[in-house]
Design a protein around this ligand. Structure first.
Ligand code: NDP
Length: 373
């Protein structure tokens, strides 16, 4: 039986109402499932797309009859005011974003419109609707805020300085400060969650971890006929930045932390960092993903002793090609987080080891690709 949460402003048995912006994404879909389990009424803001359903329902199929989707764009302030007036949410989880760092270098204006102006629209809508004392707000900040301030094995905390290195990170830093400003100026119950990278089988297909998981699964299934192995079948995965190190957790664990933040008795000012405290390189992710399908890799080095690719150590087939054109205009070499505050205050712990995360992503891609064959 799901735990029924009562509204704080009512003695009746009315369940809490939550609004999730970005409900169709990786985190939004896991969070919607969690909130349903806890007895919430779940509303989601989702932008239109060209699919039959009118919005991207890929991650929400199993719960679509239990949630209410409102079509609209976070860049449209009027739709937000109308929506908040209608549903009067107790909790808002603001996840909608142009969330791809590399993409933000090619679409900086769009990134700012969605990530910064979108956040401003939402905060101002709460004020315009007079929901300051009723509604708690979570804002999805990111470890990319720290950017260039970090060196390998430096544990970042809530007090570490920010030095954003991409339009994405700068747009999110402005949103972070908007949240702080609105809670100071308007008394909003609003918190920034500074989340480090988190992945799952629902990760978008353009993100590096999903590209790697998909490549390992494709290699195992020997996709791209004709089937007999050859040096170019399937084409090698192209990557850059294999020495970049990240602190990777599982999205399901991270949305639990997000929910816990909004259940705290003590109102902000506080913001909270969520991370596993373990760091791996992109190359390490590649090794783990191919290892999951039984393939040991041998790295190949150029004359300058830089890695140029990787081959299957058993067959010599090329599985990875370094492509410098994929490098970000400015790289963030490493990110590693210390989530002591979350562990102490929320009692939150990550539950999914790195190897389990990678295995889940590769296995899910194997299943998906097998279904398509
Ligand atoms: P996703 O990219 O999977 O989801 C982003 C969501 O935002 C999607 O639902 C997308 O809709 C929606 N969206 C994009 N543009 C708009 C718009 N203009 N109006 C309304 N909705 C829009 O991201 P994640 O779930 O991985 O991340 C959730 C949040 O957490 C994001 O803000 C991200 O920046 C942040 N974050 C994520 C981290 C991670 O490692 N995953 C780390 C730190 C922070 P559609 O389905 O139509 O594309």
């Amino acid at each position: 039986m799901s735990e029924m949460l009562k509204s704080e402003d009512s003695a009746s048995d009315v369940p809490k109402t939550a609004l999730i912006t970005g409900i169709t994404g990786q985190d939004g879909s896991y969070l919607a499932e969690l909130l349903l389990e806890k007895g919430y009424r779940v509303h989601g803001l989702a932008r239109r797309n060209a699919s039959q359903e009118g919005v991207n329902m890929k991650n929400l199929r199993s719960i679509q009859s239990k949630i209410t989707i409102h079509k609209g764009d976070i860049t449209d302030p009027f739709i937000l005011i109308q929506l908040l007036r209608t549903i009067q949410p107790h909790e808002i989880y603001h996840l909608a974003a142009q969330s791809h760092v590399t993409q933000s270098f090619t679409t900086p204006d769009h990134t700012f419109q969605v990530n910064t102006t979108g956040t401003l629209n939402l905060l101002q809508a709460v004020v315009v609707c007079g929901l300051q004392s009723k509604t708690r707000i979570y804002n999805a900040a990111t470890s990319e805020l720290f950017g260039g301030t970090t060196t390998p094995n430096t544990m970042l905390t809530e007090d570490s300085p920010f030095e954003p290195k991409s339009p994405y990170a700068i747009s999110k830093l402005a949103a972070y400060w908007l949240v702080r400003n609105y809670r100071e100026a308007h008394g909003l119950w609003a918190v920034n969650g500074i989340l480090f990278n988190h992945e799952s089988s629902r990760r978008g297909s353009g993100f590096v971890t999903m590209r790697i998981a998909r490549a390992a699964a494709s290699y195992a299934l020997n996709l791209n006929p004709p089937n007999p192995p050859s040096s170019s079948n399937p084409p090698p995965l192209t990557l850059a930045g294999i020495n970049m190190a990240r602190d990777w957790g599982h999205a399901r664990d991270y949305v639990r932390a997000i929910w816990m933040m909004l259940q705290q008795d003590s109102p902000p000012p506080w913001d909270m960092l969520i991370a596993t405290g373990q760091q791996r390189t992109v190359g390490g992710f590649v090794e783990a993903a191919f290892g999951r399908v039984g393939v040991t890799l041998r790295w190949v080095y150029g004359p300058d002793m830089k890695v140029t690719g990787a081959v299957d150590a058993n067959t010599g087939r090329k599985v990875l090609q370094i492509d410098p054109s994929l490098e970000r205009a400015v790289e963030v070499p490493c990110l590693l987080g210390d989530s002591t505050l979350a562990r102490e205050v929320l009692g939150w712990e990550p539950t999914t080891p790195f190897e389990t995360l990678v295995a889940e992503m590769v296995d899910s891609e194997l299943e998906r690709l097998e279904r398509m064959q």
